[in-house]
Design a protein around this ligand. Structure first.
Ligand SMILES: C[S@@+](CC[C@H](N)C(=O)[O-])C[C@H]1O[C@@H](n2cnc3c(N)ncnc32)[C@H](O)[C@@H]1O
Length: 311
C-alpha cells in the first residue's frame, strides 16, 4: 500500500465517537491516536469552531494525516509523539486545559498492511513491531533476549494464550542455533507447536502480546488517561476505543476508580477514605459497532467504546 492510496484506515464507530465528545464551539480536543486522521477530520467538520491537538507515534500516520488535514489550517496541531508524552507536548504548546480526549487504540489498517512493521503474522517481515521506528527496543529483542519464563509470562498475560509455556520453550530452543529474525520464522515455530485448527487465533494472540510488550501499551494508556483527566475542563469527555480485553479492562477500571467517592484500601477496607469523584461514567456497558458496520469493516469487530465525563 502506498501513501497515495486514499484508503488508510476506515474510522470505527465514527458517529458514536463524535457524539461522545459533546463538541462545543471554542473547545480544544485531543486525538491521541491520529492514524489516518478520520476521527480528527470528522471532529473538525462537525464543530467548525473547535481545535484539535493530534498525536501519533508513527511517522507514516503523521505524514498521511498532515496532508489530509491541510484544509483545516491552524485549527489542527499535529505532533509525532507517543501519547504517554501528552503532558510534555501540552506544556510545550502552553496548553493547560482540554475539552475532550479521543483514543482509538492499537494499530491502523495501514500499519497492519505495511509489511516492514512486522505487526501482522500474515506478512513476512523483520521482527520489529515498533509504533515509532526510532525506539531502540523491538520485537527482535523480546523474542531473542527474554528468558523462557518471561516470554511465557507475556504470552499468558498480554495474549491470554493457554499454550504460552510450550510456545516459549520452543522459541528458546530454536534460537539456540540462530537468532529468530523474521515474523515468518516466528510463525513457523509457533505453528509447529500447536494444532493447525488453533493456529490463527494463537498467532494473533502471540503477536498481540509481543506488540503490547514492545510498545509498553498498557502503561502508556494509564498515563494518558491520568494526565488527560487532570487537564480536562468540567463536562469534558473521554472517549476510548479498545480492541482487546486487557486494554478495555484498564479503561473500565480507570473510569470506575475515578468515578468512585472512596479510595479503597484492598487489604484494610476499614481504612478506605472518602474522596471527590473526578469522572461520571456515561457508558455503563461499552458501545460496540452494529452488525452492519462490522460487515463493512471487519477490523471494527472487537471495538469497545467507553465514555466518561469530567465532573
Ligand atoms: C486504530 S489507529 C487510529 C485510526 C484513526 N482514528 C483514524 O480514524 O484513522 C491507531 C493509531 O494510534 C497510534 N498509536 C497507538 N498507540 C500509540 C501511542 N501510545 N502513542 C501515539 N500513537 C499511538 C498508531 O500508530 C495508529 O496510527
Amino acid at each position: 500500500m502506498s501513501m497515495n492510496d486514499t484508503f488508510y484506515h476506515l474510522p470505527v464507530l465514527l458517529n458514536e465517537c463524535i457524539a461522545a465528545l459533546n463538541l462545543k464551539a471554542g473547545g480544544l480536543y485531543v486525538d491521541g491516536t491520529l492514524g489516518g486522521g478520520g476521527h480528527t477530520e470528522a471532529i473538525l467538520k462537525h464543530e467548525p469552531h473547535c481545535r484539535v491537538l493530534a498525536l501519533d507515534a508513527d511517522l507514516d500516520a503523521i505524514r498521511f494525516a498532515t496532508e489530509r488535514l491541510k484544509p483545516f489550517g491552524d485549527r489542527v496541531t499535529i505532533r509525532q509523539s507517543n501519547f504517554r508524552q501528552f503532558r510534555q507536548v501540552a506544556d510545550e504548546l502552553k496548553i493547560t486545559a482540554i475539552d475532550g480526549l479521543l483514543l482509538d487504540l492499537g494499530v491502523s489498517s495501514f500499519q497492519l498492511d505495511a509489511s516492514a512493521k512486522g505487526f501482522s503474522y500474515r506478512l513476512d517481515a523483520p521482527l520489529n513491531m515498533q509504533m515509532n521506528d526510532h525506539e531502540s527496543f523491538s520485537a527482535y529483542d523480546v523474542i531473542n533476549g527474554y528468558d523462557e519464563k518471561k516470554l511465557a509470562d507475556i504470552f499468558f498475560q498480554y495474549g491470554e494464550e493457554k499454550n504460552s509455556r510450550r510456545i516459549a520453550r520452543k522459541i528458546t530452543e530454536m534460537r539456540r542455533t540462530k537468532p529468530i529474525s523474521t515474523t515468518g520464522e516466528l510463525v513457523s515455530i509457533i505453528s509447529a507447536t500447536i494444532p493447525e485448527r488453533f493456529a490463527k487465533k494463537t498467532l494473533s494472540r502471540i503477536f498481540q502480546a509481543i506488540r503490547i510488550e514492545v510498545n509498553n501499551e498498557l502503561e502508556n494508556l494509564k498515563t494518558i488517561l491520568t494526565d488527560a483527566t487532570a487537564m480536562m475542563n468540567s463536562k469534558g469527555r473521554l472517549a476510548v476505543m479498545a480492541y482487546h480485553s486487557l486494554e478495555d479492562r484498564i479503561v473500565k477500571d480507570f473510569f470506575k476508580t475515578e468515578a468512585s467517592n472512596v479510595i479503597m484500601d484492598e487489604n484494610y477496607p476499614e481504612l478506605s477514605k472518602e474522596k471527590t469523584p473526578a469522572l461520571k461514567i456515561i457508558t455503563k456497558k461499552p458501545m460496540v459497532p452494529s452488525e452492519k458496520e462490522m460487515n463493512v469493516n471487519p477490523r471494527a469487530r472487537s471495538a469497545k467504546l467507553r465514555i466518561a465525563e469530567k465532573l
